[in-house]
Design a protein around this ligand. Sequence first.
Ligand SMILES: O=C(O)[C@@H](O)C(=O)CO
Ligand code: MG
Length: 255
Amino acid sequence: MLRFSANLSFLFLDRPFLDRFAAAAANGFKAVEFHFPYAFPVDEVVDAAHRAAVEVVLFNFPAGDWAAGERGIACLPDRVAEFREGVELAARYAEALACPRVNCLAGRRPDGVDEALLCATLVDNLRHAADAFAPAGRQVLMEPLNTRDTPGFLIDRTAPALAVLDAADRPNQGLQYDIYHAQVMEGDLARTLESALPRIGHIQLADNPGRHQPGTGEINFPFLFRHLKAIGYEGWIGCEYVPTGPTEDSFEWMV
Ligand SMILES: O=C(O)[C@@H](O)C(=O)CO
Ligand SMILES: [Mg+2]
């Protein structure tokens, strides 16, 4: 049985963030995820999740100035203090929300900084976050993003993500495998999911092209869902897609 989580940064965008929890529940979801809860007092987010009776299964560490185009700061040598303050903030939200995992976005490569320094900074920050989250038993994930939508993103494929996680070498860390980004960058979804399975802490999906719901593009989701069941994936699958119409009308693909 596959378990789907509603990504509230993509779905139900016709209503305020805190109202999306109830909308997810009304559409049958038992779990939600989102990019960032930090604009809202933690008690209000907890209250929204409790009233909707949904689990919060994932959100991101603070990732810099999103509106200005930043997509994470974890690789940036001049932003280490800011990243680590973000880890503390995320830990407070994760604790209050009983959220078991938080995703780290590596960030885009700045001009003129050596790649080895960017990777070393990322590894150090991942270690720091994992060590901060270990006592509570929470996991730190890292997600490759495709460089067509996010030019210059440092970690854009499965292999470099796993190499960085290997270098960080912490037991409570893992890969966030986003099927959409992986299809754009590398394809070979079924084999990669199988080989990376022990490292995967969370999966997200959208079809390609367009990043819409399954069934709108080239990815054979019925096959992938059978495959995920066959290889024994037991985690959540986040619905992180742009619905082609009203969100409520975008769930026909769900098994
Ligand atoms: O795939 C995505 O876009 C997200 O999972 C995210 O957290 C950062 O953009
Ligand atoms: Mg994603």
